[in-house]
Every structure is written in structure tokens, then in C-alpha cells.
Design a protein around this ligand. Sequence first.
Ligand code: CTP
Ligand code: CA
Length: 226
Amino acid sequence: EEHQSHNLLLSGKRVLVSAGPTREKIDPVRFFTNRSTGKMGFAIAHVAAEMGAEVTLVTGPTEQKVKNNRITRVDIETAEEMYQRMHEFFSESDIVIKAAAVADYRPKTVYSQKMKKQPGEWNMEMERTKDILKSLGERKTNQFLVGFAAETNTPLEYGLNKLEKKNLDAIVINNVAEEGAGFGADTNIVTYVNRFQEKEELSIASKTEIARKLFILIDRDLRADN
Ligand code: CTP
Ligand code: CA
């Protein structure tokens, strides 16, 4: 069987994964978020654990469950909390995969009381969150750092740009506009590109199968680096 030969490919490795959306508070009863369900990140964490890795999974709010005791789950809500936790575990990690859909903006003011409606319009001011992946790229020593790029148009161009700007070892480009790919789907269609711009197109498959193929490529690139 194909993945039999890849058993324990990651034994002795520490893998750090981020998954799910972030939730940015507006007031005690409201928040700003996105359509991420955490499926891709959880699939990556489970495949890494099956392949023998010690896994830390930093996740935003999701219905997904951890089913492997080699995975340590760390729950967060905001981009700021994800930033803190990812930096906490970064230095002790060998492979870091950022599958999370981090909110790019958060409400500038968080109200401590529930907002009451007023006559007329309401304009909410938003400010940028920290780019977690970029900050990890700046700190990187020998970690193999993998980002995801969710795009709806010219995915390859935008994806390659992120690979370079964030100092990544590889990027997984996800055309979320395609049928059978992206948010909420059980399947995905991605292109893996390493820092030498070698591209591997992975045709439609379950998120678990995609995760297996990604680790085979990551392992190939890790060996080529060493
Ligand atoms: N990312 C992050 N911190 C942020 C925003 C994004 O760590 N504040 C990470 C995501 O986890 C993902 C990668 O950056 O691995 C790319 O995310 P994406 O939303 O596709 O790209 P952005 O850099 O946010 O650019 P844009 O949304 O404008 O396309
Ligand atoms: Ca973004």
C-alpha cells in the first residue's frame, strides 16, 4: 500500500500546526471572523501524528476534534492569541505549517458592554492584526516553514509573492473559488511550491490525502536541504 512506506516518516520530528479561523471581538456578544472550518489544519495535524511526529495544534474556534494523543491542542480565539502561542512553540519545532485563516483586521475598539442600536448608520473602524507567518519567517533559524495562500484570482502569482515576502520554505496555494476546494469542503485542490519554485499540483483529494502528499513533499525538501 502506498502510504505504508511513508509510515513514521516524521518520527522524531516536532510539528507545529495552526488551524481554523480567528475570532475578533466587537462587544461581549459579537465578533468578526471568516468561513474557515479547521478541516485542513486538523487533517495536517492528524497525518503528522500518524507519521510519528509530536504535534502541537494551535486552533481557533472549530467543531473539529483531536483523535490522536500525540497531538497537543491549544485553543485560541484572536489573532493576537494565535501570534503569542505560535511564537511560544516555534523555537522547539522542526516543521511549522500555518493553515489557519487569520483575520487581517480587527475592530479598533472592543466595547465592554453590548452595543445598542442607534438610528442611522454605524461605521466600525478596523485595524490590522499582526502577520503571524511573516513574523515567524523573520525569526526562522532551522524550522521548515510552510504557509497557505487562499486565493480566488491569479492564485499562482499571489502565492509566489507570499512565499517570498514571508521568507517561507514552501507555500500551499489553495484556489478557494474552485469546486471541491477551500473553506468547509472535505476535499481540496492545491499547488505546493517550494523556495526553488518547484511546483507540484495535487489534484482533488480528501484533505487527509492532501495532507499525506504534502508531508511527502516536505520530507523530500527537508532531505534536499540537509
Ligand atoms: N497569515 C498570518 N497572519 C495574518 C494573516 C495571514 O499568519 N495576520 C498567514 C496565514 O495563516 C496563511 C498565510 O499567512 O498561512 C497567507 O494568508 P492569506 O490570507 O492567504 O494572505 P495574506 O498575507 O493575509 O494576504 P491577503 O489576505 O491580502 O491575500
Ligand atoms: Ca489574509
